[in-house]
Ligand binder design. Structure first.
Ligand code: PHE
Length: 453
């Protein structure tokens, strides 16, 4: 357990700090890097619609379930299940979550490293005078090289570890609070520029007009994975965070507010990307993991003050990535500290070194290790697929079953209502969703994707 100076368990302080920290975890590369490229590969509007329904019907109930578990148990994601369900196999959910956290940290830091490199490229004015083809080439050259991406990835992992070491309150809360509103403003500005570019309208049509002929079981599983990844749910990041929430926090409101903020940022990223893409004559499925790094520099070049805007954008994106990566690393660190009594410092170092090692293989997936593929996916895509589309939804499935069927009705209601202090109008709906809708829907999506249904 992480102890502060007065020997008490560390925790978040203000209401805004809590929302900022949870939203800081949710809002990150998942919204701005992953969402647009997955939408692009999955055919646009219909995917968006499915994604939104998953956020509302499955995502919010899972998030709220994590909050209930975490704040009730006040332990790491493994310890939480041991605390509420001693002597059972439920802590297995925690083990799965820790594995997922570890894998996500490894590939997340690859993209965060790209972001840092683009901060640097912005500062040295590296996009200036390059056309769309040249900007794409520039990205691909960087992506496939074997030194720079690894270097930046290591810098990012070290930054994450340093914040984790400074403890929960001082570290996470302070960094999350101030900066995210700026990112929102920048995204709005970019969206405005993107939709005013010539020929951009088709991009909006692509994003918002559902074409269900593009939908198959893989796309549906992809929408589920994207929803879970983007909301930071299914692996106990929010169990761990909510274990630091004070008893007066309104869990249901927090889950709503965080989810809405997360969706807004993702859609804004979509509006910033697709119109610009169509205007540049690029195909939506073309970009892959490099999409935003190829498209956005084009947009920056066409904005007054684009030099400053691009620096600011990539810095803010890196910070958004940091406030997410600390929530991922915290899952593993809190587990090591609380379950094995390892010093927080040592737990952080162990986690960072191990993540850097696995992360190296992710980062080199397009260069040195490009020939290593599993079912057509390189190492990076394999790990992303396994964590986002398999481990997170599976974790989420077990979490809702735990809250809906294992925990007692009164226990859950007590926790959600802050021991009766809050009146919960939505408790009935929540209970129905976690007992029936969410588990059945997630199970069907899975069985469908592996071809059983
Ligand atoms: N939700 C984060 C993002 O969108 C990533 C994340 C996934 C964080 C899982 C924690 C747990 O960038």
């Amino acid at each position: 357990m992480s102890l502060n100076e007065s020997g008490k368990r560390d925790g978040f302080t203000s209401k805004f700090g809590i929302i900022a920290a949870a939203a800081g975890s949710a809002i990150g590369l998942g919204n701005i890097w992953r969402f647009p490229y997955v939408v692009g590969e999955s055919g646009g509007g219909a995917f968006l619609l499915i994604y939104l329904s998953f956020v509302i019907l499955l995502g919010i109930p899972v998030m709220l379930s994590e909050f209930v578990i975490g704040r009730k148990a006040k332990r790491n994601t493994f310890g939480a299940f041991k605390e509420i369900a001693p002597g059972t196999w439920w802590p297995v959910i925690g083990v799965m979550g820790i594995i997922a956290a570890f894998v996500i940290l490894a590939f997340y830091s690859t993209i965060a490293g790209w972001t840092l490199h683009y901060v640097y490229t912005s500062i040295i004015n590296g996009f200036q005078g390059q056309n769309t083809a040249e900007l794409t080439l520039m990205f691909e050259k960087f992506q496939t090289s074997s030194f720079l991406p690894v270097f930046w990835q290591l810098i990012f992992i070290i930054l994450t570890a340093v914040i984790i070491l400074s403890g929960v309150k001082k570290g996470i809360e302070k960094y999350s609070k101030i900066l995210m509103p700026f990112l929102l403003l920048l995204l709005i500005a970019l969206s405005v520029r993107s939709i005013t570019l010539p020929g951009s309208f088709d991009g909006l049509v692509f994003l918002f007009k559902p074409d269900f002929s593009k939908i198959d079981s893989t796309v549906i599983l992809g929408a589920l994975g994207q929803a879970f990844f983007s909301l930071s749910i299914g692996m106990g990041a929010l169990i761990t965070y909510s274990s630091y929430f004070p008893s007066r926090t309104n869990l249901a409101n927090t889950a709503f507010e965080v989810s809405i903020a997360d969706v807004i940022i993702a859609i804004l990223a979509g509006i910033a990307i697709f119109p610009a893409m169509f205007s540049l004559g690029m195909q939506p499925e073309q970009g892959g993991a490099g999409l935003i790094f190829m498209v956005l520099p084009n947009v920056f070049m066409q904005i007054p003050g684009g030099y400053i805007v691009s620096i600011a954008f990539f810095i803010l994106l890196a910070i958004a990535a940091l406030t997410s990566s600390i929530s991922i690393m915290e899952v593993v660190v809190a587990f090591l500290v609380e379950e094995f009594n390892i010093l927080r410092r040592n737990a952080t170092i162990i986690t960072a070194v191990a993540a850097a090692f696995v992360g190296l293989f992710c980062t080199l997936s397009w260069g040195t290790f490009e020939n290593i593929t599993i079912g057509g996916r390189n190492i990076f895509d394999t790990l992303d697929f396994t964590a986002s589309n398999v481990l997170l939804p599976l974790g989420g499935l077990l979490i809702v079953i735990f809250v809906g069927w294992y925990m007692k009705y009164a226990e859950v209601e007590d926790e959600m209502s802050n021991q009766g202090a809050l009146r919960l109008k939505i408790f009935g709906i929540f209970r129905f969703l976690v007992r029936f809708i969410a588990p059945v829907a997630i199970a069907i999506i899975f069985l469908n994707a592996i071809g059983i249904i």
